[in-house]
Design a protein around this ligand. Structure first.
Ligand code: NAD
Length: 251
């Protein structure tokens, strides 16, 4: 039986990579998915393929770093359905470089997409959760949230912050019956890791560090997303689940 039957979901950054895979899976599981991305064309592509699989979905161009875009998204979802059940804060960017060389502009951009947008959407969605029976927020963090990884200190700082936000919001939103959990992917082959994984020695080193002996696929992330989105996790809040082939356990 479809596990998200009749639920309304928003997935940010769902034009590609992990977000697109989660949106697809939600469609298969019976949700109506709002597929949002800064790139409207890729969002449309995801919607086309969800529909081709018999699912229901709506595409919208949303730059999560712009409050006018996220406000418009929530307004559109409210006028279409009156409420929402699931918010997946997935959109994220990577800025490579040592902190010593980090420009204010790069740090601001990284913070606006990876952290500020997650705080704003998680705050502004609350009124739309009122009519949902089991409202839930899923945050896509990283197993690198609490580790030193050169030259990614700025990126991992934003991930550490949203992992902490998961716990803080879980406590704050529990009285409203809203669950907040996060998924911490290991290394997944997507647009973000494309450049890095094109270097064969780097790819081999990362595979060697993964106890299960392979990198993740976007589809590998979808089981955890369905679990946190579905009523199977009704007593689960403030949890972070590593989906990493055992990498964090072995580090
Ligand atoms: P990706 O680059 O393939 O996908 C990210 C998507 O977000 C793209 O479709 C992009 O257009 C969209 N996006 C970028 N900026 C946006 C903005 N301002 N507003 C809306 N959409 C925007 O990368 P991915 O690996 O699928 O990343 C998804 C999430 O997973 C990110 O939060 C990332 O930090 C996290 N993550 C990825 C890995 C990995 O190894 N790939 C590991 C840990 C965590």
């Amino acid at each position: 039986m479809a596990r998200l039957s009749g639920k309304i979901a928003i997935v940010t950054g769902a034009g590609g990579g992990i977000g697109s895979a989660i949106a697809h899976r939600f469609g298969v599981e019976g949700a109506h998915v709002w597929v949002t991305d800064i790139n409207g064309e890729t969002a449309e592509e995801t919607v086309r393929s969800i529909k081709a699989n018999g699912g229901a979905a709506t595409a919208m161009t949303v730059d999560v770093s712009k409050s006018q875009d996220t406000t418009a998204l929530l307004r559109n979802v409210e006028s279409a359905h009156g409420y929402v059940d699931i918010l997946v804060n997935n959109a994220g960017i990577l800025v490579r470089g040592e902190i010593r060389q980090l420009s204010d502009a790069d740090w601001t951009k990284l913070r606006e997409v990876n952290l500020d947008a997650v705080v704003r959407l998680s705050r502004d969605v609350l009124p739309l959760f009122r009519k949902s029976k089991a409202p839930t927020i899923i945050i896509i963090s990283s197993i690198m949230a609490y580790r030193g990884l050169r030259p990614l200190a700025a990126y991992t700082t934003t991930k550490g912050a949203i992992s902490a936000l998961t716990k803080g919001l879980a406590v704050e939103y529990a009285p409203f019956n809203v669950r907040v959990n996060s998924i911490a992917p290991g290394y997944v082959e997507t647009g973000i890791t494309d450049r890095l994984l094109k270097l064969p020695p780097v790819k081999k080193a990362l595979i060697d560090k993964t106890p299960m002996g392979r990198l993740g696929t976007p589809e590998d992330m979808t089981g955890a997303a369905v679990f946190f989105a579905s009523d199977d996790s009704l007593y689960c809040t403030g949890s972070e689940l590593a989906v990493d082939g055992g990498m964090a356990a072995g580090l």
